[in-house]
Design a protein around this ligand. Sequence first.
Ligand code: HEM
Length: 405
Amino acid sequence: AQQVPDILSPEFAENPYPAYRVMRESAPLIWHDVTQSYIISRYEDVERVFKDKDGEFTTDNYDWQLEPVHGKTILQLSGREHSVRRALVAPAFRGSDLQEKFLPVIERNSRELIDAFRHTGSADLVHDYATRFPVNVIADMLGLDKDDHEQFHGWYTSVIAFLGNLSGDPAVAAAGERTRSEFADYMFPIIRARRENLGDDLLSTLCAAEVDGVRMSDEDIKAFCSLLLAAGGETTDKAIASIFANLLAHPEQLAAVRADRGLIPRAFAETLRYTPPVHMIMRQSATEVTVSGGTIPAGATVTCLIGAANRDENRYADPDRFDIFREDLTATNAFSAAADHLAFALGRHFCVGALLAKAEVEIGVDQLLDAMPDARLADGFDPVEQGVFTRGPQSLPVRFTPPAA
Ligand code: HEM
């Protein structure tokens, strides 16, 4: 049998895709000692775990992963408690709230970042745009003071460092837990003030939301806002960086998207398949389960490799090719993502911010293409992807002709 590179090896971090192939082909269920989890990689297996038709999996594992930095979030809830929470928060991320309240916020925040570099003829799309844009959007949607955005960004950096702390560095772990209490000290007075004086922002919507007589406590709202830093920030950050990295690496597809902006949804969907922001998600088995002929005992942690499943040759033709014109790509809306890839997961915990993410990427890419009419990578620069749980380009320096003064 072929040797499977360890998911925590430097070789895997550099390029996980060859290892993913070996796993899908010859080791679709493996025990991983360091993470103490069973790893699965085939599309049909990951899809089955996410859909969880027979109630075989829980998200109890998130208690130890997320609790120290966020507290109890929607991701840790299950059953009726989860569906009520979902009904409390979901309306804020779609329909008229998204269209009327938040699209202008997205447009404004994207434009502000682009205005800072559009006249210079150069930018790093990761540092100057992608890492800032979604976090600024969340802060602005919540209605936080503009002066606090920098601090909010600092908490974002600390939260994602905590979640990505594979080696268990105690300094990073301690900083993450400090962030939890700083964030709480900051948010609680703001939440209390909103309850007294509701406004038009996301925080007010969360304070006012009520389903079947249930409302969210201050702690529930604070934990949800903290989750949004990682769930809505890092993911969209990486999606925007990756869409540009993929298009810049395929100039004919970039030219097509530039000429027809109606292709952006296809470029987004194919980017989420080919280079998903979240590569791994963990679940816990509630009972003994058989997967790809092997047995997972009850109570085990299961690592689902989205990055591997999205390139399964039994699901996609020529899976290692980035092609926005793929025939089986629907890309009609973010909920059709379920038919295109597993990047938003599936089932109960399917990404609640999928439509918001789609709006951010569509608006952001459109504005960036307008501002950089001939964007190309800086001479000799070869983008490097980074990350194992979440993954995306580390830096993306581009050059373009600035508008005439
Ligand atoms: C859930 C991916 C953008 C908020 C998820 C899950 C994935 C995901 C894979 C499922 C996690 C699990 O089942 O364990 C993504 C990607 C995004 C994105 C790839 C960008 C391209 C956003 C945005 C927001 C958001 C913009 C909101 C601001 C959430 C929340 C959940 C979630 C709250 C938990 C839902 C639940 O437990 O019911 N996302 N996400 N995400 N996402 Fe996203």
